[in-house]
Design a protein. Sequence first.
Lengths: 287, 312
Amino acid sequence: MAVGVSSDWTSEPDAAGVAVAFPISEQVCVVLGNRPVAAGYWHLELDAPSPACQARPGQFFHLLCPSPDERTTPFFRRPMSVYGADANAARVEFLYKVTGGGTRGLATLQVGDALNMVGPLGRGFHLDPAGRHILILARGVGLATLAPLVQLAKLQGMAVTAVLSARTTDHLLSVARMHRHGADVITVTDADGSSDPDHVEALLRPLFAAGRLDAVFTCGSNRLLLLLKRLAKAHGVPGQVALEQQMACGLGMCFCCVRVFDEADGTAYRRVCCDGPVFDLQTVPAW
Amino acid sequence: MVDLSLEIGRMRLKNPVMPASGTFSEQLGQVFDLNRLGALVTKSVTPEHRDGNPVPRVCETPSGMLNSIGIPSKGLQHFVEQIVPLYSGIDTPLVASLSAPTVDAFAAAAATVSVPGVAAIEANISCPNLEANGHAFAMAPDTTEAVLRAMTAATDRPIWAKLTPNTGDIVAIARAAEAGGAEAVVVANTFLAMAIDIATRRPKLGNVLGGLSGPAIKPIVLRMVHQCSSHIGIPVIGCGGIMTADDVIEYLLAGATAVQVGTATFLHPSAMTKMVETLSAYARTHDVDRLQDLRGAVVLPDDMAMLALAAE
Ligand SMILES: Cc1cc2nc3c(=O)[nH]c(=O)nc-3n(C[C@H](O)[C@H](O)[C@H](O)COP(=O)(O)OP(=O)(O)OC[C@H]3O[C@@H](n4cnc5c(N)ncnc54)[C@H](O)[C@@H]3O)c2cc1C
Ligand SMILES: Cc1cc2nc3c(=O)[nH]c(=O)nc-3n(C[C@H](O)[C@H](O)[C@H](O)COP(=O)(O)O)c2cc1C
Ligand code: FES
């Protein structure tokens, strides 16, 4: 664990447990920047005092999105993975894709506007400090969720191989950021056919075969999830996946965000918001 | 110092704000100190193990939401052994919400959860989205009274009856609950409702039907609280669309003794503590020494008083 290192991600409560009384808060944060970065994707930066800026990779916030127009008022909050969190600078970043009323509302935010956020929420990625080399396999908005993990891995002195998939090179969003954090990046796209699961499998096989992977992580594609689950199982490598599900409360109270998981004694429903959103790769069934 | 306290039957609460069943769990203790609430009401538990309904389990509607969660439950033993102890350090009465398929099962469940740490039992005789297509005990006075009688005979804990707004005559149901021995009625659960995605032509909920909650239902439930409190002697706990302290005051004026807050907590996790703070501030500014002085204090025009209540 990177305790004592001055960095963006060192705020994990130490094992002895310096109990944080109320680790989750509803905060009104000021927008520092909100701009389109590629086809339909926006990058949002906020001034976010503690505890928001203490968010860990894989955790998320629940955002109260403004109305994009007078006919649309998103009633629920919208869950959004933390793309970056800097405890020293008191900053939080999101990378979001405009899909419906809530995210269209987010795209109307101007510098200086206020955004009401609840968080940080959920269980993030667990990075075993003994690991030397991790693999990240991400597609689409899954890149946003996995980008901060690359940064954390680098801080802990691990090598990262990131296989990033998207429709076109324009949709490959955080490649520069992952490069900057020292990842060995391989990109594949639908446009040139390289994102085809068979091709991705051919890319991954040698990495697994070399026996140097200590853990694998994925987000953003069901097909890639199933591929990684199969390879990781065959090679005995532990893995984690960040899942999505519609949410109302985001805190574990309403039980609307459940998914089915494989357990030792059958299947069980788990809440994505508080039991996850990060889960053990091998417990996620094919669906 | 403003007095926010109140009595519900044999129980004394420090303030009138508590969560509605199914919209609260121990996780809210990560947001604020649960000691600040008047009571804590747990998610309904059933004697049998239930997985709940297919997803999507919720959807948005104008000024509200639909849910068809389907009461996932790990049974009463799990509740008594795993859930009740979570609140042992908290100095706020714990109310266990129960749901069951038969009168006998309701009574047996009441006995099972009457353990140290459980101060009262809320009988969810109204959940509209169980198997019987929205039919529930609280749809008829005779079944309501039968459940309450059986439960009060099975335990010494106070029983609150949670009513459904889907009945045509909620006053008759409230009277039946009182006759059966309820120490309070909770008015009310969600309205049976539906929404369709016009692009796919499919229902927006996996279970097709669900319950409407949130600000959209407040005026209707407020009317029901007013009618019930005018006709029964036990306290009415108002529940429906409460978002702010102003809504709480409106419910008190209509005749509620206390309130439950559901959907608001999903949008603002700290909504309930904000309400408690604002209620104190309101009472101070308006020279109200005891918040309970507002109970039923709606000023009705003389000749309208009888008319308004006559809608039975
Ligand atoms: C833990 C988590 C992290 C996420 N992180 C990101 C991220 O970093 N970047 C990003 O672009 N998107 C992310 N998403 C997806 C994002 O929440 C949805 O795209 C967003 O809620 C869509 O809202 P809307 O109003 O624009 O769309 P609409 O389709 O109008 O939304 C209607 C309803 O469906 C829900 N919904 C729609 N799509 C999703 C989805 N994929 N997951 C969950 N609920 C959904 C909405 O929340 C809303 O309740 C994440 C989802 C989860 C659960
Ligand atoms: C997601 C959800 C789950 C609920 N589960 C229960 C339940 O288990 N038992 C119950 O008696 N009421 C349940 N309710 C109803 C609420 O307790 C409350 O009566 C209703 O939501 C109206 O209040 P509101 O408008 O403040 O939300 C549930 C409501 C919601 C939104
Ligand atoms: S969103 Fe309410 S339990 Fe997960």
